[in-house]
Every structure is written in structure tokens, then in C-alpha cells.
Design a protein around this ligand. Structure first.
Ligand SMILES: Nc1ncnc2c1ncn2[C@@H]1O[C@H](COP(=O)(O)OP(=O)(O)OP(=O)(O)O)[C@@H](O)[C@H]1O
Length: 482
């Protein structure tokens, strides 16, 4: 190995002799280091300090009693090219050799200690003036923290970070092993750093994510009315006793059958035995009590595979609030792999706004949280909520999300909203159930617009079919026969 400092830089570190000359890099005989490289720190063209590196070992000294700013800081005072920040002077020189003119180095590498960031804070205005800033630090644990620190100081500015090839620690390592072309390529491919909590991409570089999945009942007329998209929330409502829980359980059963998924039911007002009985009727056309041994066996195997029932307990201080809801939803979705979770009804949870917080802003927050959990835990959450007392103006009308107490968020936040409503024609002596979808966020994806359908409820097997009114039947028959 050479002991000549300039030869060390050109032969071992592969830096161009001309560049070294231009940057004022010299060979010195240092009192402690012996033959050493002198890296000059200049401000406004004048040398004010230097750092020295031994040629035969990793040993550094610097000018005493001078606090150094960024190495090569003068490059920040002119030009409109991106600025590159490295952790060392030799790396900065390597990047300059790769064709970048505005390259600075931290004066003493990067450590997590706070004092090191002051030089960057001092240079903030100049760094912000550059179209973007590329952090080309060291590929070690400490260096990994530098891009985020720079991005925080330059919040909102375009800050990018470089990744080096496998086995390379820094820019000079890349120059030595692969040449300046590879250093340049890595710098042009530097990736933007996004603010914490989100990433920003184009269309072609989106991160891997599951395909959007829309859960359906798989039968007419419901597939033009209901669609439960995984990762989103829906809201169901209806006047008391209209059959919200009955219809939702019916829908959930068919979604489980059609999609072969598992469903979590948090039915706070429905006895679990009633849910079991309802599912038995839908599965076998018989009440739970009427199932024979073999039928029970088959039904429970099906139900265990496709349903989870949440039972509330009231031991000690258990609170059934939003935090509790989150942990139940998390467990249902992640541990029990439920792809659809029904919370029925919303009003049975303990809703506790913060002191001074209005119920409206609490509900906005809570529904936003629920929507986020659906996305985060890759499930669909269907919230059933009672409407507030509505003026009847004669007959009660079918409510929508706007009729649910305390917040328009019940309309605004869900991807899908539906109501279950009982209606009748007294003259014809007929009654039916009208299911109305009043909100469809993704009409293209779900394949339908808001609409409604009339259904017959069949008490014995707790199921529904399309309503074919007698009156309509008589009318169409007489028209056909005339
Ligand atoms: N269309 C219907 N016709 C007659 N009975 C029905 C109909 N729909 C549901 N039921 C019955 O009415 C009762 C109440 O139904 P359900 O609990 O589904 O209503 P809900 O709207 O959820 O009620 P609540 O507002 O009290 O929570 C159940 O016993 C159910 O079997």
C-alpha cells in the first residue's frame, strides 16, 4: 500500500488527481498522523479549517478550536442543481466525480446525537432553494436515520435517499468497486422520502397491496343492492323492529356461503341462541330445536367454519367502548380471519366523548377510526345504527344515514349505506319489507347505483324473497287477459 497521500486517494480511493487539485486537497506531513491527506474546508473561497486523514490507517485529526460547517458549503451559494449530502468528505468527492456539482458533506459523519443536525439547520434556506436534496449517506444503521432527519428539517421539500449496491457502505465504496457510472446511477434512482404515516407514489410504482375484494350475496336481487367491500365500512339502519338484525343476518349468511368466508357477529341486542337458530333455519330450513343429531352436526360444522359470535362479558371494570371495539375487531379480523364483521347496534356501545368534545365530533372520529381499522385489518365492518326519533308525518318513511342521531358522518363515511323498512298497502291488505341502498360510493366497482327492492319476509325460515304483490299480480293478469 502506498504511503503517498495523493496516490492513496487516486489509487486506493479511485479519485481523479485533477479533481483533488481543483478541490484543494493536499498531501501534508501531519505531526501526529505522519503522511496525511488534508481536506480543506472553505467558506466564500477562503480556507478556514481542514481535516486530516492518515494514509495507512483510519485515523483522523482536524484543525483545533474551529467549528466546521458543511464541507464544500460554497457550492450551495450558486446554481440550481440538486444538492447531495454525504457523511464524509471522500464520499462527497466521489459524488462530484460522478458528475454532481453541488455536493456537501457533514463535517464529522452522522450520529444520532442532536448536535450534528445544527449544520443542516444552518443550511436550511440554501437546501430548500435546491430543486431536491439527495441524502447519500452510509449504508449502516446510524446512516439509515439521516434521510429522515434531513426530511424533517426540510419538511415539505423534495428529499430523496440513495441505496447502495449490496456490500457497499458508502459512495466511495461504490466508486472503488463499480466506478463512477454506478454512483451516478444510484443517485439518479434516489427515492423520495414521504412524511411519516404515508407514502406517495405514481401509478407504476405503487406498493404491493391486496386486490380490492367486494363481498356479495351471490343472488338476485341483492347483488344489485348490497356489496361489502373488504377494507371499507357500511352502515345499515331502520326504524325499531323493522328487521335490521334479521335482514343483516340473512345477508351475512349468504355472503358467507357465496364467498366462503368467515363472518364476525357482534349482536348486542340479539341473544346468541337466536342468532344460532336463525342460521340453522337459513342452513337447514329448520329451527335449531328441530334439528336431528346428524343435522346438528352438519350445521355446527358449517357455522363454526363461517361464523364467530362475540359475547359481551361484564366482569370487573370491562368497558364496552371504542377501545374495546377496536380490540374485538382486531381479534376477529386477524386471529379469527373474519372478512365481514357486523356491529349491531352502534347505540349499544359506550360512547364517551372526551371532556368538551361534542357528540358529533366524537362520532366523526369514531367512524373514521372504524373505517381505518377495516382498511388496516383487511376486513369489512358493517355498523347497524338506530335512527333518531323521526317525525312520522302520517306513515314513517325509510330512514337514511342522515336520520341517524348526532352526525351526518353516518351518511358520509360509509362506502355503502342501506335501510330496512316495513311498508304496507292497507287497501290491498299487503305488507312487505323495502331494502333501500341510499349510499353507494363505488358504483363502477360494485356495479349498481342507489336503489331499492321490495321483499317478502318468510317467518319460518327467517329469509326473504322478492315481493310479488297480489295487487300487481291482479293488475298484470287483467292487462294480459283483456
Ligand atoms: N318483515 C318482518 N315481518 C315480521 N316480522 C319480522 C320482520 N322482520 C323481522 N321480524 C321479526 O321481528 C323481530 C325484530 O326483528 P329485528 O331484531 O331484526 O329488528 P330490528 O330492526 O333489528 O329491531 P331493533 O330496532 O329493535 O333492534 C324479530 O323477532 C324478527 O323475527
Amino acid at each position: 500500500m502506498t504511503n503517498d497521500p495523493i496516490e492513496y486517494l487516486t489509487k486506493v480511493r479511485k479519485l481523479d488527481a485533477e479533481l483533488l487539485l481543483e478541490m484543494g486537497i493536499k498531501a501534508v506531513d501531519h505531526p501526529q498522523l505522519g503522511p496525511a491527506v488534508a481536506l480543506t474546508y472553505k467558506r466564500d473561497g477562503k480556507a478556514y479549517a481542514a481535516k486530516f486523514r492518515a494514509t495507512d490507517r483510519k485515523d483522523w485529526r482536524s484543525t483545533a478550536e474551529v467549528s466546521r460547517g458543511l464541507f464544500n458549503e460554497d457550492c450551495l451559494r450558486g446554481g440550481d442543481c440538486p444538492v447531495v449530502i454525504t457523511e464524509g468528505e471522500i464520499d462527497a468527492l466521489s459524488v462530484i466525480q460522478a458528475g454532481y456539482s453541488r455536493v456537501v458533506s457533514l463535517p464529522d459523519g452522522w450520529t444520532e446525537e442532536g448536535g450534528k443536525r445544527q449544520v443542516l439547520i444552518d443550511a436550511e434556506a440554501a437546501l430548500r432553494a435546491a430543486p431536491h436534496v439527495i441524502v447519500a449517506g452510509d449504508a449502516d444503521e446510524v446512516g439509515a436515520g439521516l434521510p429522515k432527519v434531513v426530511a424533517n428539517i426540510l419538511a415539505g421539500h423534495d428529499v430523496r435517499f440513495v441505496t447502495w449496491p449490496e456490500g457497499c457502505k458508502d459512495a466511495n465504496d461504490v466508486l472503488v468497486k463499480f466506478g463512477e457510472g454506478e454512483v451516478a446511477r444510484r443517485l439518479t434512482e434516489a427515492k423520495r422520502i414521504d412524511p411519516p404515516g404515508g407514502i406517495i407514489t405514481g401509478i407504476s410504482d405503487m406498493p404491493p397491496m391486496p386486490a380490492r375484494r367486494v363481498l356479495r350475496m351471490g343472488m338476485s336481487p341483492y347483488d344489485n343492492l348490497l356489496a361489502f367491500e373488504v377494507g371499507t365500512m357500511s352502515v345499515g339502519t331502520g326504524t325499531p323492529g323493522a328487521g335490521k338484525s334479521t335482514f343483516t343476518t340473512f345477508a351475512a349468511y349468504h355472503v358467507a356461503q357465496h364467498e366462503q368466508i368467515r363472518i364476525g357477529i357482534m349482536g348486542f341486542e340479539t341473544h346468541p341462541h337466536r342468532t344460532r337458530d336463525h342460521l340453522a333455519r337459513l342452513y337447514a330450513g329448520k329451527a335449531w330445536d328441530d334439528l336431528g343429531d346428524q343435522e346438528r352436526c352438519e350445521f355446527t360444522a358449517f357455522a363454526d367454519a363461517h361464523f364467530r359470535i362475540v359475547h359481551r362479558t361484564f366482569d370487573g371494570d370491562d368497558k364496552h367502548n371504542l377501545g374495546w371495539l377496536r380490540s374485538m375487531i382486531y381479534t376477529l379480523a386477524v386471529r379469527d380471519e373474519c372478512k365481514l364483521i357486523v356491529v349491531d347496534p352502534w347505540n349499544e356501545l359506550e360512547h364517551l366523548p372526551e371532556p368538551g368534545e361534542s357528540m358529533t365530533s366524537y362520532i366523526n372520529f369514531a367512524l373514521q377510526q372504524i373505517r381505518q381499522w377495516a382498511q388496516q385489518f383487511d376486513t369489512h365492518i358493517c355498523v347497524i345504527a338506530h335512527p333518531r326519533k323521526m317525525g312520522t308525518d302520517g306513515k314513517p318513511r325509510s330512514p337514511t344515514g342522515y336520520d341517524i342521531a348526532d352526525s351526518a358522518a353516518f351518511f358520509n363515511k360509509p362506502a355503502l349505506g342501506f335501510s330496512v323498512h316495513k311498508e304496507e298497502d292497507e287497501d290491498a291488505g299487503e305488507s312487505w319489507v323495502r331494502v333501500t341502498t341510499w349510499k353507494v360510493r363505488e358504483t363502477q366497482l360494485y356495479g349498481f347505483e342507489p336503489g331499492n327492492v321490495r321483499l317478502n319476509f318468510h317467518r319460518h325460515d327467517m329469509s326473504y324473497t322478492r315481493f310479488e304483490g297480489q295487487r300487481q299480480y291482479i293488475r298484470s293478469k287483467s292487462a294480459a287477459g283483456a
